[in-house]
Design a protein around this ligand. Structure first.
Ligand code: SIN
Length: 332
């Protein structure tokens, strides 16, 4: 009986998804956009929905975007493969997971590099930022825009104040080599897992902790299964909206130009909203009774010192010039 009800529920979910996605007409070029975030309450999820809405309204008869959020189609490591073979046409993975395509992009994950959204904005709008968008061209990928989330915070099943509090803990990591090295440098055991597996791993005790932005901690319900969150602000989660060169080249010039114009406007609009979305998530987490811990300057310095060797480890791959340009973006 239970199985029958579950099957019926699954079928009705599939049917409603198919209905929501059935607005594309024949003659329109279909753009399947796969991402891992929640469709609402999350900067990337909200941006993806808004992008589809504008393109579908303003390019009716030419392009049609179907958004597949919440890892419905692919996780971040699979999606680049899917882009390469043309199974999807848009993705927006965490930049930190793209180090396999170009080590230069690892700069975004160097711990305690960017101070705030304004610094990230100055960097992504710089000449170096522009060059990095094109840095996956050898692999046939084109970066269309940067998409911001926010600063990441650590949480665990015990209070975290100093790096030594992480000693021996298993911490969910993204598949970014920089993040894995950072967690090791802090004395913990990194467990690389897809985003879709993070909540389950925390809930079942497969891992003891994690690190993410307020909006991800909130929409992923991670705060429900953690002792509290420590505002370490150790990395700024940035995404690249990416497509394949084959797909982009296949569009007529006027269609491509209009599409890229909308992409630029929507990404700017939603990047300006990212900080507010994260602040709202933090507020909701606090209202849910979760302990949010902040660090004194002395405590914070201990975290900064512990992870400094990670910068040296990745400097050759990223390039000293790229790191210097990123550091300089902290000063207005
Ligand atoms: C995402 O925000 O896209 C996922 C981040 C993560 O894997 O931690």
């Amino acid at each position: 009986m239970k199985t029958t009800i579950l099957t019926a529920l699954a079928m009705s979910l599939l049917a409603s998804t198919a209905m929501a996605q059935s607005e594309c007409q024949s003659g329109e070029t279909l753009i399947k956009y796969s991402h891992v975030s929640a469709p609402t309450g999350n900067p990337k999820g909200e941006m993806a929905t808004a992008l589809a809405k504008r393109v579908n309204e303003e390019m009716d008869g030419q392009l049609c975007i179907q958004v597949y959020p919440s890892s419905q189609l692919y996780n971040d490591d699979e999606v680049m493969e899917a882009l390469a073979i043309g199974d999807v046409q848009l993705a927006s993975p965490d930049i930190g997971k793209l180090g396999a395509y170009t080590a230069k992009l690892d700069v975004f994950n160097l711990p305690f590099l960017f101070e705030d959204t304004d610094a990230v904005s100055r960097f992504t709008h710089s000449e170096t930022g522009d060059e990095l968008l094109k840095s996956m061209s050898d692999n046939g990928f084109v970066g269309l825009a940067y998409v911001y989330n926010g600063l990441r915070a650590f949480s665990a099943n015990r209070p975290l104040i100093e790096p030594s509090d992480l000693n021996g803990l298993k911490i969910r990591a993204t598949t970014s080599d920089v993040s894995i090295a950072m967690i090791k440098a802090l004395g913990a055991n990194p467990q690389p897992l897809a985003w879709s597996e993070a909540f389950g791993a925390l809930q079942t005790g497969v891992v003891d902790g994690q690190e993410n932005t307020w909006s991800n901690i909130y929409t992923g319900k991670l705060y429900e299964v953690q002792d509290g969150v420590t505002e370490t602000n150790h990395q700024f989660l940035t995404y690249i909206l990416v497509t394949s060169a084959d797909f982009l080249d296949s569009l007529d010039d006027d269609v491509r130009e209009k599409f890229l114009g909308i992409v630029g406007e929507i990404s700017d609009e939603y990047n300006e909203k990212a900080t507010a979305i994260n602040e709202e998530s933090k507020k909701r987490i606090e209202e849910a009774g979760v302990t949010v811990r902040t660090l004194t300057p002395e405590q914070r310095q201990k975290w900064v010192d512990a992870v400094k060797p990670v910068w040296e480890e990745f400097e050759d791959g990223i390039g000293k010039d790229v790191i210097e340009a990123a550091v300089a973006s902290n000063k207005s």
